[in-house]
Design a protein around this ligand. Structure first.
Ligand code: PLP
Length: 383
């Protein structure tokens, strides 16, 4: 337990809530969840499922109808042949990281992962006694890897390569060209790729691609995806992995030892999400786009801030080195003096130093208000 990490977004949220309890007005830009309700037809499907008796244990790997629906959805969206047997349904996207890493990693194994990146990758690598090989994300490359450095970091001990596109916390999308080079570098190696595609539907310019499209990669990749972000279902706890059969068997074994199964009525709602109308997703992404444009413009107008335009997800990741403040100190100052709760880039690893993460899963009105508040305190660093 001394080695396991955490996700500090939850800690910052708790601090913000404590300040609110003292009467302070806080604008929440720390939380990584869409601020929209789950679409009505998905909620209706869950209610119907409860009435229809989906209240008992189900198959460990997921209801057959949901596994089929996921296989068809993933095949369609990535143009790859996936069958229901490759699909493991679990309570959220996160358990896929936990189960896959637990199944694969032993002390001495090396894991290459993005930094700044989702903190749970690093936490699990440490917890399992494997070796961290953080790969810095390069701002000038749209927050993708330096591919020469990536190549040099591969070793006979590399067991797992983690990719996340669109990415948290940067909003970066890995280009098809970069994915192809990564595919070429890992194809003949005895390793797996964990492709975290939880933000696959939240993009603004070019549709993100999956590494699984390249020859030989489907057999050595786990796609992580789920319902949390796409259908605004974070609290439902419903996600999945698509993986080779031998690994699916291991994940099923870990599931039977931990959860037994994922809740059955939420899985019925998942079928409705995938097979029902998708205009709710389009409407959410259109709203995120407006907010993205507003927050990037506003952040770039603040002295000492410079913000590249995120290509996906719902996070702005401004470079704040120009303020002269340490990013942790700056995040604290914004919380305590401006009432704006956001995260220091260091919450996502050492290479996040010099950046902040602001989630734009909040109303345009609140985003504008937060930008105004940040401007008000910016005299503390502006000359
Ligand atoms: N992967 C990334 C990159 C995320 O940002 C998140 C959630 O914040 C997850 C996975 C986990 O998603 P879930 O809430 O479905 O477990």
């Amino acid at each position: 337990m001394s080695r396991i990490g955490t996700e500090s977004a939850f800690e910052v949220l708790a601090r913000a809530r404590a300040l609110e309890a003292q009467g302070k007005d806080i604008i929440h830009l720390e939380i990584g969840q869409p601020d929209f309700p789950t679409p009505a037809h998905i909620k209706e499907a869950a209610k119907r499922a409860l009435d229809d008796g989906f209240t008992g244990y189900g198959p460990t790997a997921g209801l057959p109808e949901l596994r089929e629906a996921i296989a068809s959805y993933v095949s369609r969206t990535r143009a790859i042949p996936v069958s229901a047997a490759n699909v493991c349904v679990v309570p959220g996207g996160k358990p896929i990281m936990y189960f896959v890493m637990t199944a694969l990693l032993e002390p001495g194994d090396e894991v290459i992962y993005p930094n700044p990146g989702f903190p749970i990758y690093e936490s699990l690598v440490d917890f399992l006694g494997a070796t961290r090989v953080p790969m810095p994300l390069i701002e000038d490359r749209g927050f993708s890897f330096d591919l020469d450095r990536f190549e040099q970091s591969l070793s006979p001990r590399t067991k797992l390569v983690v990719l996340n596109s669109p990415g948290n916390p940067t909003g970066g999308v890995i280009s098809k060209q970069d994915l192809k080079r990564i595919a070429d570098l890992v194809r003949d190696r005895d390793l797996l790729v964990l492709s975290d595609e939880i933000y696959s539907r939240i993009w603004y310019d070019e549709q993100p691609e999956s590494i699984t499209q390249f020859d030989g990669l489907l057999d050595k990749t786990v796609i992580l995806d789920g319902f949390s972000k796409t259908y605004s279902m974070t609290g439902w706890r419903l996600g999945y992995g698509v993986m080779p059969l031998w690994l699916a068997a291991a994940v099923e074994r870990l599931m039977v030892n931990s959860n037994s199964c994922t809740a059955s009525f939420t899985q019925r709602a998942g079928v409705a999400a995938l097979e029902g109308p998708q205009d709710c997703v389009d409407a959410m992404v259109a709203e995120f786009r407006k907010r993205r444009d507003a927050i990037v413009k506003g952040l770039n107008a603040i002295p000492g801030f410079s913000c590249t335009t995120p290509a996906g997800a719902f996070y702005a990741f401004p470079n704040v080195k120009g303020t002269g403040f340490d990013s942790r100190a700056l995040a604290d100052l914004l919380m305590n003096e401006a009432g704006v709760s956001c995260l220091s880039g260091t919450a996502f690893g050492d290479y996040g130093d010099g950046y902040l993460r602001l989630s734009y899963a909040n109303s345009l009105e609140n985003i504008e208000k937060a930008l105004g508040r940040i401007r008000t305190v910016s005299h503390q660093w502006a000359k």
